[in-house]
Write a protein of this length. Sequence first.
Length: 168
Amino acid sequence: MTLPYLAYGSNLLTSRLAARCPSARANGAAMILGHTLDFSKRGRDGTGKATITQGEATAPCVLFEIAAEDIPALDAAEGAGVHYEKIELVLETGQRAFTYRALMRQAGLAPFDWYLALIRAGRREHGLGLDDLAAVTAIPDPQRDRPGFIAAREALQRAGYRDWRAAL
């Protein structure tokens, strides 16, 4: 059995999501109606992570199918119940899918550059626009050996980026 999952942040990049959920298969681009993407979720590293906030706009996303046995690993990676709440949304097609939304928000956060690179690369991979990310100012990560940074570089390499900075 598979479940429909909406990715809008760093999981947009198929190689990133597949490292967490080997069964993940992209089913195409979609839009989360009435929600905006922002970076107001405070990550464990103190930087901004992607979340969706209810509003007038739409947030670009990708609909994936994930095997039920992979969902616990995704829940753990997303901090379901602690950092993000798992929610169900209805797409413009009427299809239902689950995603995650930050439980708490903080204004003024900026993402690390490698984190933004994952999102931009995922958007390019699936033919989604980058206009709403143009005003996002990322910060450099001073710790090149940070596990998240290493995983991001590996996912970007698997996606064909020789230098992760090319995704910015």
